[in-house]
Design a protein around this ligand. Structure first.
Ligand code: PLP
Length: 441
């Protein structure tokens, strides 16, 4: 009752909220207060990596606890945070040599935006006219006002419009709902042309372009055409615009490489990571950037060139200890190989759902899969959101022991990266049952 009356849940209609209490968890399993086991089909909001209560991550946190739980990053440091910094510089794409820590993904994006803005004002040859941001249609970058400004999911964001700064917006590079008359093989160029047009029209005025590489999470797991990301990198370089890669959802192995940017050999100017960085254990996020950006913030004290931004718990040693153990486990448990193997198996198992007359699309990338429910397969018309078909399907899946949370009409499947073929079997069976319950056979 306290939960229903006093605890305000994120993105949850509280008027009809029915509490689900998880008492403990182990591996991919969540156990509720009645002892019921539920397979964690969305990695506790896309962030769990190696499973819950992994002995190695638990031990790393306990070990750190015996040393120090927290020291501020304002003007001081500690050896665990330093070690994570060294590792992240090593494992991220070339050029990302400087790291700013925060506690959540929204802040990591906020930091990238503010750094990019300040960079253009302070660098050796300043270009203060570069004050605009270019963002992608239907993007999601978090819920603070800066990250909402670059976001474009109208159902979440429209209400706050009067509070937001103006952003230039390109199209959403959707591969399922293509614009009229555009063929799949031409889609990438079609979308890139529109970005090029914006970059030309606002030449010299754009500070940075921000994008979720390969898969747009909250938009409904929209998947980009191949070479769209590398195309954006080429265009932004030509126009001298910084590229911010929001890897909060797709990074940390989710797509089968540690970073989604690696699929297209993209080296962004900023990389934001969060969610899975600590294995999904603790609130840790980071914004990585280049020496070029860093250098613009150096100067005499009197010049006031510092980055005036900070989060109390940024670089927290307990979180950094969990993150280091998480990175170690990628090698010890060959996690990326497992993502590719189980991802391919998941795709194979879901394939026959495409035949269902109310399944418009099944799309997969690593251990990300989306089953999109539609009213009409041919017109691709989705169900009215108020019918909550995705929600109904996920509720039914829970009867089969799998916990899922949809995005509108899209059933989201994002199991922990350590999952096995048996786990995939159970998830797929539950999803198929859910689809038939929500939409008929
Ligand atoms: C979850 C998410 C965020 C926001 O992260 P929080 O930790 O919830 O603030 C930003 N960008 C993307 C792509 C995300 O998936």
């Amino acid at each position: 009752l306290v939960d229903r009356e006093h605890c305000w849940h994120a993105f949850t209609p509280m008027a009809e909220y029915e509490p689900l209490l998880v008492d403990r968890a182990e591996g991919v399993w969540l156990y509720d207060h009645q002892g019921r086991a539920l397979l964690d089909g969305i990695s506790s909001m896309w962030c769990n990596v190696h499973g819950h209560r992994h002995p190695k991550i638990d031990a790393a946190i306990r070990g750190q606890l015996d040393r120090v739980a927290h020291v501020t990053s304002l003007g001081m440091s500690n050896s665990t945070t330093i070690e994570l910094t060294r590792r992240l510089v090593e494992v991220t794409p070339q050029g990302l040599d400087c790291i700013f820590y925060s506690s959540d993904g929204s802040s990591a994006v906020e930091v990238a935006l503010k750094m990019a803005f300040q960079y253009w004002r302070q660098r050796a040859e300043p270009e203060p006219e570069r004050s605009l941001f270019l963002a992608v249609g239907n993007a999601y970058h978090g819920d603070t006002l800066g990250s909402v400004s670059v976001g474009g999911v109208s159902r979440f964001h429209a209400m706050f419009d009067p509070l937001l700064f103006d952003v230039l917006r390109g199209p959403c590079p959707d591969t399922y709902r293509l614009p009229e008359g555009v063929r799949a093989e031409d889609a990438c160029q079609h979308y890139l042309d529109q970005y090029e047009d914006l970059l030309n029209r606002f030449s010299g005025r754009i500070a940075a372009l921000v994008v979720e590489p390969l898969v747009q999470g909250a938009a409904g797991l929209v998947m980009h055409p191949a070479q769209f990301l590398s195309g954006l990198r080429k265009l932004t370089r030509e126009h001298g615009v910084l590229l911010i890669a929001d890897e909060i959802a797709v990074g940390m192995g989710r797509t089968g490489k540690l970073w989604a940017c690696e699929w297209e050999q993209v080296e962004p100017d900023f990389l934001c990571t969060g969610k899975g960085l600590s294995g999904g254990y603790l609130p840790v996020a980071a914004t990585l950037t280049t020496r070029e950006v860093w250098n613009a913030f150096l100067g005499d004290y009197a010049e006031s060139k510092s980055f005036f931004h900070g989060h109390t718990f940024g670089g927290n040693p307990l979180g950094c200890a969990a993150s280091l153990a998480t990175l170690d486990l990628f090698e010890e448990e060959q996690t990326l190989q497992n993502v590719l193997r189980q991802g391919a198996y998941l795709e194979e198992c879901l394939a026959d759902l495409r035949e269902h007359r109310h399944v418009g699309d099944v799309r997969c990338r690593g251990l990300v899969a989306a089953v999109e429910l539609v009213e009409n397969q041919h017109s691709q018309r989705g169900y009215e959101w108020s019918q909550r078909r995705g929600h109904l399907a996920c509720q039914a899946a829970m009867e089969r022991g799998v916990w899922l949370r949809p995005l509108g009409n899209v059933i989201v499947i994002m199991p922990p990266l350590c999952c096995t073929a048996e786990h995939i079997d159970q998830i797929v069976a539950a999803v198929k049952f859910g689809v038939s319950q929500a939409c008929g056979d």
